[in-house]
Design a protein. Structure first.
Length: 182
């Protein structure tokens, strides 16, 4: 899925970033972060966490497939994306494995900040060569959280303002399956 770099492999440094997350499912907020991260790096690895501790609604293979489905559209303005499952390894180890010098995270609220601040502090000690860059959530997507979108879907609400049409369709299907089984 990766393609040629913007500078065609010339003298400029090829910057690789890692955007890790659970993405259960990816929302328009996550998509916005990817689009903006692609202005900062040439190649972005989307690291999809297994999220076993979070009891995800979608398997990580499904979440990887969702990102792969969106990749073409996301790289239309340049840059390349690679979607990789991200198992039980430390974020900084995974960043090193994929050659990323930058980890990208999104910030929505003070609650995100406190959590991320602690993680960054630890990561700086573990891997001082890897920087974490925070992108403030776009005001249009500030209130979108995968967890809340799932709750809206389970209660039969309209999730199309928060997701791409493809992901919205998969979420509605999954919720219907869950309700049938309950
Ligand atoms: P995690 O389980 O690592 O928190 P998430 O899938 O919830 O993973 O989010 C991945 C990253 O995307 C995190 O940095 C999170 O703060 C950010 N993020 C989540 N939702 C949004 C949003 N609506 N706008 C901007 N960033 C977001």
């Amino acid at each position: 899925m990766s393609a040629k770099s913007k500078d065609g492999g010339g003298a400029q440094k090829h910057r690789i970033g890692l955007y890790p997350g659970t993405f259960d499912p990816p929302t328009l907020g996550h998509i916005d972060i990817v689009k903006r991260a692609l202005k900062l790096v040439d190649h972005l690895v989307i690291g999809v966490g297994t999220g076993t501790d979070k009891n995800p609604l979608f398997s990580y293979e499904e979440r990887v497939a969702m990102w792969s489905h969106e990749s073409e559209e996301l790289t239309r303005d340049g840059g390349t994306i690679e979607v990789q499952p991200f198992g039980n390894s430390l974020q900084v180890d995974f960043a090193r494995k994929v050659g990323a010098g930058v980890v990208v995270r999104g910030l929505r609220a003070m609650t995100d900040f406190e959590y991320e601040f602690q993680i960054v502090g630890m990561n700086q000690r573990l891997a001082p060569d890897i920087e974490t860059v925070f992108l403030m959530a776009d005001p249009r997507y500030l209130s979108i959280a995968s967890k809340l979108v799932k709750e809206v879907a389970m209660l039969g609400g309209n999730v199309t303002p928060f997701l791409t049409p493809h992901v919205a369709e998969l979420l509605v299907q999954r919720c219907a399956e869950k309700k049938r089984k309950a």
